[in-house]
Write a protein that binds this ligand. Structure first.
Ligand SMILES: Nc1ncnc2c1ncn2[C@@H]1O[C@H](COP(=O)(O)OP(=O)(O)OP(=O)(O)O)[C@@H](O)[C@H]1O
Ligand SMILES: [Mg+2]
Length: 290
């Protein structure tokens, strides 16, 4: 049964800089239901990681706050696990031991046998049991990312926070991991907030796509409901009208609506700098959904 369990309320974030306060976020409001898969998308530097870090409790909002199940979030906690873009495994521990460490921290009262079973169960979820005794240096980037996800899941978080989890991976590995994440989400039904720059990834995985305006004073510009039945198959979706409608809506927001704001803001500046920015827009619409 869905209920609104995570709420960002009037979140604002100012960073002190040598030139005075920099307002990164202003009045960010979002209610997320239990089990929802939310993607956060927006141009580089708009404030996506800042939002995620506030929810993770790694940053304290300067205005407003975050409520998880009626409790204010004011520090990191095991009920909000984070997966970063650059897999942060401990290099001297094996795959198994990296996951075990998270289990030991979160399951203090269980027996060794129960913990072993739980580590193996989570490695199975990401199809990594075969490499359990390898060191991080002996496995690929995609495999490291799988272990990072297993480690986060092993903490049984209510909310899984992922900051560009597949950003450093090639298209094929990325597609495999996207499928794994969809499978895991269907099984565990965790609430997920995932940051991505990839429009196809956002549409394929999400229940809603939260699109952020450009900073400073960034906020939520639009929210798109992705009403596509699950399980979702990337090849079938490539020709699906509803899928393409969602994809178009996100592209339009990023490249027309947000780009227009940039152009108006900068029209008094040199035109050449605008052309340069247009050429360097970092958000990509990958072709690997087909
Ligand atoms: N500690 C800090 N001090 C000052 N400014 C900061 C700090 N952290 C972030 N910012 C600024 O806040 C804005 C938002 O940064 P953030 O990292 O959240 O962006 P992002 O959307 O995650 O970008 P990217 O897609 O490139 O990862 C940027 O302008 C950034 O320079
Ligand atoms: Mg970021």
């Amino acid at each position: 049964m869905n209920k609104s369990h995570l709420e960002l309320s009037q979140v604002g974030m100012d960073f002190p800089t040598p030139n005075g306060n920099f307002c990164a976020l202003e009045n960010v409001n979002l209610k997320i239901n239990e089990g929802e898969f939310i993607s956060l998308i927006g141009h580089s530097g708009c404030g996506k990681s800042t939002v995620l870090n506030v929810v993770a409790g790694l940053l304290k909002a300067t205005k407003g706050g975050v409520i998880l199940e009626n409790k204010e979030v004011d520090e990191p906690g095991p009920e909000r696990a984070v997966v970063f873009q650059n897999h942060s495994l401990l290099p001297w521990l094996t795959v198994y031991q990296n996951v075990e460490l998270a289990v030991k921290q979160t399951q203090k009262k269980t027996t060794k046998a129960q913990r072993q079973q739980w580590v193996m169960h989570n490695l199975e979820l990401v199809h990594m049991t075969h490499a359990k005794d390898k060191l991080p240096s002996e496995i690929s980037g995609g495999m490291k990312q799988r272990v990072g996800i297993a480690r986060a899941l092993a903490m049984q978080p209510k909310v899984l926070l992922m900051d560009e989890p597949f950003g450093a991976l090639d298209a094929l590995t990325r597609a495999h991991l996207q499928d794994s994440v969809m499978e895991i989400h269907a099984t565990l039904k965790n609430t997920v907030i995932m940051i991505t720059h990839d429009v196809d990834e956002a549409v394929l995985l999400s229940d809603r796509i939260v699109m952020m305006t450009n900073g400073p004073n960034a906020t939520i510009g639009e929210i798109l409901d992705v009403n596509l039945a699950r399980p979702r198959a990337r090849i079938a979706l490539a020709d699906d009208q509803a899928y393409n409608h969602c994809r178009h809506a996100v592209l339009q927001f990023l490249y027309e609506k947000q780009r227009k704001v940039e152009t108006v803001n900068q029209v008094n500046n040199k035109k050449s700098s605008i052309d340069q920015q247009a050429a360097e827009l970092p958000v990509k619409a990958s072709t690997d959904a087909a």
